[in-house]
Design a protein around this ligand. Structure first.
Ligand SMILES: Nc1ncnc2c1ncn2[C@@H]1O[C@H](COP(=O)(O)OP(=O)(O)OP(=O)(O)O)[C@@H](O)[C@H]1O
Ligand SMILES: [Mg+2]
Length: 322
């Protein structure tokens, strides 16, 4: 039974998101006033329109949408974990993906908002009354803070490489995702706690935060990617929908991905696809290495084709049996 699938993986935009049923009662959020859907595409059109998801990935994306739960996407490098977020935003017309790349220094606050008190102080020193009064000019919501605004439709938030984070971040995130809300103390401390602040949607993105608190409406589709460099605690996993992506192991599937990305340039690349599969049997390779090899070999001298491809498709892990 496939009719429950809103995201289908067909790469053709449609308005299936309008069929998303109300959330389960324990995941209903009542923020407002409701914001209209954002303008613009996913922000990465080529990747979004060429991605061929596995059936598993399609199903788990839909489960995350229905259940209003974050989706934890694991798998080896280059299996399309990050691209999945763009593909969903494109097909379901959910606007630009809010991209939050994680490093060991990233804190929850970085994702929620940034406040720039120094520039404000500097403006105050120049006696610029408007500058000191209008605190919103110095507050910019981050990708997480923007995703949790009271949007009418879910935004797509890509929390990229969460396994690189400091040990506390996954749990901090869980708390926020449970509440679907956050406070901006720089606003709540003021006599007038409402302000028009900037968002992560570029220069035009401005929104009014009332009472210094943001409460979400449509829970975002949160795609958290991990290369498996970290084990997550059971309490974290319990609150996520999970999916593991794998390298396509079959020649037809790989050939289809090459055609999708390279169109006519993919002709007569069967030998490279087979070479990729042979080589990946002995040590990890990523799909985009094959894409690079096919592209380069189309433009390079035919004589050293396979030798050139081998150099582009160098193994990412130690060979298994050499
Ligand atoms: N199933 C697929 N269909 C089409 N293209 C794919 C697929 N899987 C991977 N690719 C392509 O491979 C490249 C790498 O994908 P992506 O960056 O999303 O991988 P990743 O899993 O996030 O890798 P990393 O762990 O290194 O961040 C992209 O160009 C993507 O379009
Ligand atoms: Mg990635």
């Amino acid at each position: 039974m496939t009719d429950w699938l809103l995201y289908t993986g067909t790469r053709l935009p449609h308005d299936g998101i309008d069929r998303l049923p109300p959330p389960p009662p324990w995941r209903a959020f009542k923020g407002g006033p409701v914001l209209a859907p954002p303008e613009g595409g996913s922000g990465n059109d080529h990747q979004a329109t060429t991605y061929r998801p596995s059936d598993d990935a399609v199903q788990q994306v839909n489960a995350a949408l229905y259940l209003r739960r974050p989706l934890l996407v694991t798998g080896p490098p280059g299996t399309g974990k990050s691209t999945l977020a763009y593909a969903v935003a494109h097909e379901l017309g959910l606007g630009p993906v809010l991209h939050w790349p994680i490093t060991s220094r990233t804190t929850l606050r970085d994702g929620l908002y940034q406040y720039d008190p120094l520039t404000r102080l500097y403006a105050a020193g120049r006696d610029d009354d408007r500058a000191t009064e209008d605190i919103g000019r110095y507050l910019r919501l981050g990708p997480l803070g923007t995703a949790l605004l009271p949007h009418e439709r879910p935004r797509v938030l890509l929390v990229d490489e969460i396994d690189k984070s400091d040990i506390d971040l996954p749990n901090d995130l869980l708390t926020i995702f449970e509440k679907g809300a956050y406070e901006i103390p720089e606003l709540t401390r003021r006599a007038d706690p409402s302000a028009e602040v900037m968002t992560a949607d570029g220069p035009a993105g401005r929104v009014t935060v009332t009472e210094g608190t943001v409460v979400c409406r449509a829970f975002p589709l949160v795609v958290m990617t991990s290369n498996g460099e970290r084990e997550f605690p059971p309490a974290f996993l319990r609150r996520c929908v999970t999916v593991e992506l794998r390298q396509p192991a079959d020649e037809d599937e790989l050939a289809a991905i090459v055609r999708e990305h390279l169109g006519p340039l993919a002709e007569r690349s069967g030998d490279l696809v087979r070479r990729f599969l042979d080589r990946s049997a002995a040590g990890a390779l990523a799909t985009d290495q094959l894409l690079n090899a096919v592209y380069l070999c189309r433009h390079a001298d035919a004589a050293d084709r396979l030798e050139l491809a081998d150099r582009i498709m160098s193994r990412l892990t130690a060979p298994v049996d050499e």
